[in-house]
Design a binder for this molecule. Structure first.
Ligand SMILES: Nc1ncnc2c1ncn2[C@@H]1O[C@H](COP(=O)(O)OP(=O)(O)OP(=O)(O)O)[C@@H](O)[C@H]1O
Length: 254
């Protein structure tokens, strides 16, 4: 049995009288795509915020590679190899794909020029080209503002950026919600490439056929509680819907 790369044990988060999360358990293992599913208001976003350092739980423990950690902020989570791509993508529309990959992490030239704030554009471009090639992301141009790219290409840049700076887990919040069929398939292929690079992917999705298509395993929330997990091998959409609505997911052992 392998150790989860990221685990939540007994996580609770209350907003006034609303129990958004109550004793929630969650695990994601190295090298897997894990879907986090649940009906509206089940607590998915709240759990993702807590596991990416954007919110603090009222109780419970978070472990990375089996060791308890405190994710006090998104930057602490990022330093520990956890990154999140929210639906707004947090890209700078007027900047190029290369600039967006290095947003907030720009490389400076060595020596005096660097001390004067001159960017090492050649190095950043070389690394960006390598990253896009590794993940199979093909863009019309690396020099145009990202606002001129398609929605699928922008999503791909956001995922490639997350994969560049996180080496453990990437959370993806409905990454194909706004995309057409062809762009959706490209983004799903990119997600598989991220998994192949050794990074665990957590996919938050309401699209059950897609969950079955791409995820290895599913963790289910219902009304702020974890109701178990199941493997997608041999599972049907009805099984996922049953798990979300009646809390009857099989708690399988690994
Ligand atoms: N900041 C907040 N203040 C008050 N209540 C909140 C807050 N954030 C979340 N909640 C409540 O916590 C519960 C869980 O919300 P959450 O957004 O985590 O669910 P979700 O599974 O992501 O839903 P959806 O699929 O609709 O996005 C809901 O009842 C929601 O109204």
């Amino acid at each position: 049995m392998s150790t989860p790369v990221l685990e939540a044990r007994g996580i609770s988060r209350h907003f006034g009288h609303v129990k958004a999360l109550e004793g929630v358990n969650f695990r994601v293992y190295p090298g897997e795509i894990c879907a986090l599913i649940g009906d509206n208001g089940a607590g998915k976003s709240t759990l993702v915020k807590i596991l990416s350092g954007a919110d603090r739980p009222d109780g419970g423990t978070i472990l990375i590679d089996g060791q308890p950690v405190s994710l006090a902020s998104p930057s602490v989570a990022q330093q520990l190899g956890i990154s999140t791509v929210y639906q707004d993508l947090a890209l700078a529309p007027e900047l190029t794909p290369v600039d967006n990959l290095f947003l907030g992490r720009e490389e400076l030239l060595p020596g005096l020029l660097g001390k004067l704030g001159c960017l090492d554009r050649a190095s950043m471009r070389r690394k960006a080209v390598g990253q896009f090639a590794r993940l199979g992301v093909s863009l019309r141009s690396l020099k145009v503002p990202i606002s001129t790219l398609s929605g699928g290409q922008r999503q791909s840049v956001a995922i490639a950026r997350a994969a560049m700076w996180a080496d453990r887990v990437i959370f993806l919040d409905e990454p194909t919600a706004a995309l057409g069929v062809v762009q959706t398939e490209r983004v799903l292929e990119l997600i598989r490439q991220v998994r192949a690079s050794g990074i665990a992917v957590v996919l938050i999705s309401h699209n059950m056929p897609q969950v079955l298509e791409i995820a290895d395993r599913v963790e289910v929330l219902r009304l702020g509680r974890s109701v178990g997990q199941l493997s997608t091998a041999g599972a049907r959409v009805e099984d996922l819907v049953t798990a979300m609505t009646s809390g009857a997911a099989a708690e399988e052992s690994r």
